[in-house]
Design a binder for this molecule. Structure first.
Ligand code: PLP
Length: 411
């Protein structure tokens, strides 16, 4: 269902620019699961896109100190000098990237970074190449900004990673951006230097195409995987790349709403123009907290990574033991993206045939009271996403129920 249909029911005339934007399937499932919970049903929701950890104390303390020091006013438009310094230092320290403070921008979450960047660069008809499965906001933001999303399916065989031939084929004279996300929401797949290189080679041959990379899950990686970001691998891309990151996932700060990016000065300035008419600046208190996150101790990230890894192994192991399901081991993030091809065409105990991944996830919600998100919400079927950012006890209970529900299918 589109937002348009919803709003028209309420008697409004919505703007044409939101006509093609869907109400997130994730939100729809979340709302249904929450309603079932209110009715007293024991629903387990494995849909959350945020860590279940708390924001570390030293970050909270920095925010309290900022309030007490009167840092409660508008700040510089696209980030305080202190935060831009901290980001510039982070890029150098962790990524080997050389972004000066005037090549850095801060916004109200990485989501606003994406919005600012597309608003500032896309004209009607401009194309943005997005590999799927993808975080659905990407294409929705592109469409709201008047662009055209060019979705390129990347299957499990290729590790859900875009291949050079696919990129080459998708590029047209109208291509403005290609958008890569590693580790990925929803697949957890990540690109190594070796995976990136052929894509970089294609980009070097097409100078009109800009590269946007979303490194949001950089700190949630497993099994000694080495995180890399393309501009560090190929500095010639720096003049036409935007490297996006944020504090939401690494530091469990989703509610503080701070995202940031490094890019060429002209783009950063254009993004600030959009921000100046949208939010004026990110929250002053949250920016002080983000300074503490980036400049403060980083050791706890490893403990959190270990905890996520245990849960990843638990979920992947259990899913692969269930007949009809198949799950590749993700390199990062806190999601699994399992195939449910093996349960399609089976029939539920109530006699309903499962023909799509959405049928399967509806069945899991209604009969097993487990809320997960179908691959159709992320542009690649038949799969379903589990977010394992929840307790191991809850994961075990949820997987017991999924196993039982799958065993009850006939045919
Ligand atoms: N990028 C990806 C891949 C995400 O999954 C999310 C949030 O779910 C974001 C960006 C947005 O993060 P923020 O909280 O900074 O807006």
């Amino acid at each position: 269902m589109t937002i348009m249909a919803n709003i028209e029911e309420a008697g409004f005339r919505p703007a044409a620019r939101i006509a093609s934007v869907g109400v997130s399937k994730i939100l729809q499932i979340g709302a249904k699961a929450a309603a079932m919970k209110r009715e007293g049903l024991p629903v387990i929701i494995l849909g959350a896109g945020e860590p279940d950890f708390d924001t570390p104390d030293h970050i909270k303390e920095a925010a309290k100190a900022a309030i007490d020091a009167g840092e409660t006013k508008y700040t510089a438009l696209d980030g305080t000098p202190q935060l831009k310094q901290a980001i510039s230092a982070k890029f150098r320290r962790e990524n080997g990237l050389d972004y000066a403070v005037d090549e850095v921008t801060v916004a109200t979450g990485a989501k606003q970074i994406l919005f600012n960047a597309f608003m500032a660069t896309i004209d009607p008809g401009d194309e943005v190449i997005i590999p799927t499965p993808y975080w659905t906001s990407y294409s929705d933001i592109v469409e709201v900004c008047g662009g055209t999303s060019v979705l390129v399916p990347c299957d499990a065989q290729s590790g859900f990673r875009l291949q050079a031939e696919q990129l080459e084929k998708a590029i047209t004279p109208k291509t403005r951006w290609v958008l890569l996300n590693s580790p990925s929401n929803p697949s957890g797949a990540a690109y190594s230097a070796k995976d990136y290189q052929p894509l970089i080679d294609v980009l070097l041959a097409h100078p009109h195409v800009w590269l946007m990379v979303d490194d949001m899950y950089e700190h949630i990686i497993y099994d000694g995987f080495t995180f890399v970001t393309p501009v560090a691998l190929e500095p010639r891309l720096k003049s036409r790349a935007l490297t996006i990151n944020g504090v939401s996932k690494a530091y469990a700060m989703t509610g503080w709403r701070i995202g940031y990016a490094g890019g060429p000065k002209a783009l950063i300035k254009a993004m600030a123009v959009i921000q100046s008419q949208a939010t004026s600046c990110p929250s002053s208190v949250s920016q002080a907290a983000a300074v503490a996150a980036l400049n403060g101790p980083q050791a706890f990230l490893k403990d959190r990574q270990d905890s996520f890894k245990r849960r990843r192994d638990l979920v992947v192991g259990r899913l692969n033991a269930i007949e009809g399901l198949e799950c590749r081991t993700p390199e990062g993030a806190f999601y699994t993206y399992a195939s449910c091809a093996g349960v399609l065409d089976k029939v539920t105990p109530k006699g309903q045939k499962i023909t799509t991944d959405a049928d399967f996830t509806d069945y899991l919600l209604e009969e097993a009271h487990v809320a997960v998100v179908p691959g159709s919400a992320f542009g690649l079927s038949p799969f379903f996403r589990i977010s394992y950012a929840t307790s191991e006890a809850e994961l075990v209970e949820a997987l017991d129920r999924v196993e039982k529900a799958c065993a009850a299918l006939q045919g």
